[in-house]
Design a protein around this ligand. Structure first.
Ligand SMILES: Cc1cc2nc3c(=O)[nH]c(=O)nc-3n(C[C@H](O)[C@H](O)[C@H](O)COP(=O)(O)OP(=O)(O)OC[C@H]3O[C@@H](n4cnc5c(N)ncnc54)[C@H](O)[C@@H]3O)c2cc1C
Length: 396
């Protein structure tokens, strides 16, 4: 840890009894980062516990397009991707705010699958591998003392040698620990909302389309069972200028783009109401907070138009586990584990996040979006370069 004893909450007593079980790794948050980290840990024979505040299966706001870089990793984790006959996606269409379409190829490509199915499958695999999976269990706090962590949940405390923080974009723990990004007042990187539906709509299986609108963009692509995932990102200001109602936002702002007008008027919507999240922040975060290795969105969130946050989350879990394993084997100290993980994370992702933020700044303003799209569509090399900069390569 390199900082001596750290206590997150002001005054708190830790009661450790001799008979308390000591886990090797505790994982807070069972999204893709947390579940894949827990599976790697269990595969290596470590006593692993995972806390998830929800109960599987459940839906999540996400575009559900996964870049190919994590295909092999997911298969290694035991996900039967080959058997599922999922839509393989290799084409990208981007429309400007009026609906004028530009066509690109995706060098690496991806596939579509719902989080409902994917996260649930990983949770089932984790349980089969003897991960102690605590659903409907929200972690309230974590304390470090005497070289061990205590995880505090509503009903029980747990003791562990290592902790991974995989609690997503924004959680009660970010607020409690006063993480820097959560204290910032509203700025251009932190006032976004996300909205998602599953729909039935006619779109090619090998295509992901990104439709721009004033202050936002909406992705659509196929997932399993011939269903489409539609997911958009916009600012809270844009929502309030549409009277704070999603229906009005879609009717008056999104539908100015004729591609979106078609989707919203013709599709069959499979949810009774949209799934929404607020307070999305693309601000920088720290990869290690008081001895806890942060993975996935808890370590840094890439703008969704890059379409690879899920792969990055899983890749970060692989990087974190490599270092945790070295520590548990006694090959490195805590301080070395933290430093090496931070360094590996930055090497792998910092540039991608920065380019993601830059590209996002070209979207939202109808004029800038049009100029940007018409420029890159005339220079395919530039388009390919930009897409490649936001994607990594396959990992294990
Ligand atoms: C609008 C939008 C569209 C996107 N589209 C795509 C896309 O098409 N492709 C792509 O690759 N990426 C996309 N992303 C990014 C992607 O969704 C994330 O990068 C990915 O889900 C990160 O996974 P994670 O495991 O870090 O977090 P999550 O999947 O969010 O998991 C975190 C988990 O932690 C749990 N949790 C939180 N606090 C606690 C607590 N205190 N105790 C216990 N559990 C807790 C939560 O319930 C949650 O299940 C999109 C993001 C947004 C906002």
């Amino acid at each position: 840890m390199g900082m001596g004893i750290q206590i997150f909450s002001a005054v708190k007593k830790i009661e450790l009894s001799e008979k308390d079980k000591i886990y090797d790794i505790a994982v807070i948050g069972g999204g893709l980062a947390g579940l894949t980290l827990a599976i790697q840990s269990a595969n290596a024979g470590y006593q692993t516990i995972l806390f998830e505040k929800e109960s599987y299966p459940f839906h999540k706001v996400c575009g559900e397009y996964i870049s190919m870089e994590s295909h092999d990793f997911l298969s290694q984790c035991g996900v039967p991707l080959q058997e599922w006959n999922l839509p393989m996606i290799s084409k990208l269409h981007i429309s400007d705010c009026e609906g004028k379409l530009y066509e690109f190829q995706l060098p690496l490509g991806g596939f579509g699958i719902s989080r409902f199915k994917l996260d649930n499958t990983l949770a089932t695999i984790a349980k089969q591998k003897q991960v102690e999976l605590c659903e409907e269990t929200k972690v309230e706090d974590v304390l470090f003392q005497n070289d061990l962590f205590t995880i505090d949940t509503k009903n029980k405390k747990y003791t562990t040698k290592l902790v991974a923080g995989s609690f997503g974009k924004r959680s009660n723990l970010d607020i409690k620990w006063r993480r820097r990004f959560s204290l910032k007042s509203k700025n251009r990187l932190n006032n976004y909302i996300g909205v998602k539906y599953h729909i039935k709509y006619d779109i090619a299986k090998d295509l992901i389309a990104l439709h721009n609108f004033q202050n936002g963009y909406c992705g659509i692509s196929k997932i399993e069972d011939d269903i489409c995932c539609v997911c958009y990102l916009t600012t809270t200001d844009q929502l309030s200028s549409a009277g704070n109602t999603i229906e009005k936002l879609e009717a008056t702002v999104l539908s100015k783009n004729k591609a979106l007008a078609d989707i919203f008027s013709k599709a069959q919507f499979l949810y009774e109401k949209p799934l929404t999240i607020a307070q999305i922040s693309f601000d920088q975060k720290k990869q290690v907070e008081n001895g806890i290795l942060m993975v996935g969105d808890a370590a840094g969130l890439i703008t969704p138009l890059c379409g690879n946050g899920m792969s990055m989350a899983m890749h970060a879990s692989s990087l974190a586990f490599q270092q945790m394993k070295l520590f548990l084997e006694g090959s490195i100290t805590r301080e070395q584990m933290e430093n090496q993980y931070s360094k590996a994370w930055k090497n792998q992702f910092s540039k991608r996040l920065a380019i993601g933020r830059l590209v996002q700044s070209f979207f939202g303003n109808p004029f800038v979006t049009r100029i940007f799209l018409s420029t890159i569509s005339k220079t395919p090399k530039l388009a390919n370069w930009l897409i490649r900069q936001t994607h990594g390569s396959s990992f294990s």
